[in-house]
Design a protein around this ligand. Sequence first.
Ligand code: 6GU
Length: 220
Amino acid sequence: MRFDVFTLFPEAFDWYLTQVHIRAAQALGHEFVLTNYRDHTPLSHLQVDDTPYGGGAGMVLRIDVVCAALEAAFGVDAERVKDTRRVVELTPKGRQLDDPLAGELAAGPDLVLLCGRYEGIDERVTHLVTDRVSIGPYVLSGGEIAAMATLDAVTRKLPGVISNPASVVSESHAAELEGGAEYPHYTRPAEFRGWEVPEVLRSGHHAEIERWRAEQVRKR
Ligand code: 6GU
């Protein structure tokens, strides 16, 4: 699968794209491509944004700039990109990302993420996208953190990216757990400042451990 991220701040992704499960996805043939809108702007002085019609604070990412970047990356009319790819605008106005949506995005087709900055992207971006996605009920200064959260949740769903598939199945929000939180994890030391690891986990009784974990999930 190919993941394209359009942003004014590609360097914001430098650390994230070195993480082990992104490397694992690349080793499986998946691609991550960053495009800076500014590199393809048709405007002079590398302009990408403009003041809002009707007045108000801040700047709005121009739709002609977004179209030019999509056309440079894919070599087709910007409105046609969504014919073969899932094109997602990251915006606090979008559908909230959850585990089922991450799974849906991971099932393909290729994914395009459009990050806005400032006050966001000109509303006519709706002509270019298949989806608008938010990562939660709060406002971030730009779409980059939301794009990384989306890439993270989606990449983990790709077959073979997480070496032990059981660890994906037992994730906190997987359908198997009916949206309940995952069971608690502990590691050494067994006791610290008087805080003890539950005895059952140290017992070696796998059936009892399973029962205890299932019970913890129910309680949460
Ligand atoms: Cl996707 N973008 C911005 N700017 N803020 C957000 C968001 C996205 N999701 C939650 N808040």
